[in-house]
Design a protein around this ligand. Structure first.
Ligand SMILES: [Fe+2]
Ligand SMILES: [Fe+2]
Length: 257
């Protein structure tokens, strides 16, 4: 039997919170096993939203940080951007009395239907649909095969904040916003981990994201990227090979030729 990863099933991961821009908080824990931070984003508004919950083992510490900003009873939405435990393993947030689960239409059809004991009460969004939380407007961008076929991203229009999930991630435990260019490290990380089946869908999405001219980008792992650094990461995606080539989570997979 393979050993169960303790990093996810214990509460040993230290979690910190910082306000990245007005009312948008990054709640980050560094997971040593993978050498990356797991980031959640809490966005304050009349109806606050949390993007990602972290895996179950980090949930309590993340919840403590959410409570430093809002009363948990106020939390209105929890969004996950594709179906993986780091994106929404901390399901206990759904016990908050008002909270609604938010996901892509594909996640809804593929992953929130047909399971035993998975919550079915949720709202799902197709490409370009919006969710208003008060002053803010969240636009949903479907990004199929940018990692998974149900993947989506979110663009908050009033602040031009872009939530890219596993695109533009970087290794290390760095500051909430980093002015150092880690795009080479991003490419090396993608090659080692093997999360993209091919470059083409990722590049198509990247071209679309560039047109949005985000002021700040919030990847799920690593630091936030301000507008001055954004082109380093998009250029790296457009000009390098980074798709799966026989490595999964840093381990070689036998290739039959
Ligand atoms: Fe992922
Ligand atoms: Fe992730």
């Amino acid at each position: 039997m393979p050993e169960v990863s303790k990093s996810f099933h214990s509460n040993e991961v230290e979690v910190s919170i910082s306000e990245v821009i007005d009312g948008i908080y990054r709640i980050a824990g560094f997971v040593e096993t993978y050498g990356i931070t797991f980031n959640q984003f809490l966005i304050q508004d009349e109806n606050p939203i949390l993007i990602h919950t972290g895996p179950i083992g980090m949930y309590r510490r993340i919840e403590e940080k959410v409570r430093e900003v809002i009363n948990l009873e106020k939390l209105a939405y929890v969004a996950f951007l594709h179906f993986e435990s780091d994106e929404w393993g901390g399901m206990e947030f759904l016990k908050s009395p008002r909270v609604k689960l938010v996901c892509s239409d594909l996640s809804s059809k593929l992953n929130l239907t047909g399971w035993y004991n998975v919550p079915t009460d949720h709202i799902s969004f197709w490409d370009n649909e919006v969710l208003k939380t008060g002053k803010r407007t969240f636009r949903f961008i479907m990004t199929p095969h940018v990692h998974h076929w149900d993947s989506m991203m979110i663009f908050e229009e009033t602040t031009k904040s872009l939530f890219t999930s596993d695109l533009f991630i970087q290794p290390g435990d760095n500051k909430p916003i980093l002015s150092e260019d880690l795009s080479d490290q991003m490419i090396q990380l993608y090659k080692a981990v093997g999360i993209f089946g091919s470059e083409e869908p990722v590049r198509q999405t990247t071209k679309r994201l560039v047109k949005l001219e985000p002021k700040i980008t919030f990847p799920m792992h690593g630091s936030c990227i301000d507008a001055t650094m954004f082109s380093s990461y998009t250029d790296a995606i457009m000009n390098n090979k980074f798709a799966y080539s026989g490595n999964l989570l840093g381990q070689k997979v036998p290739i039959i030729t």
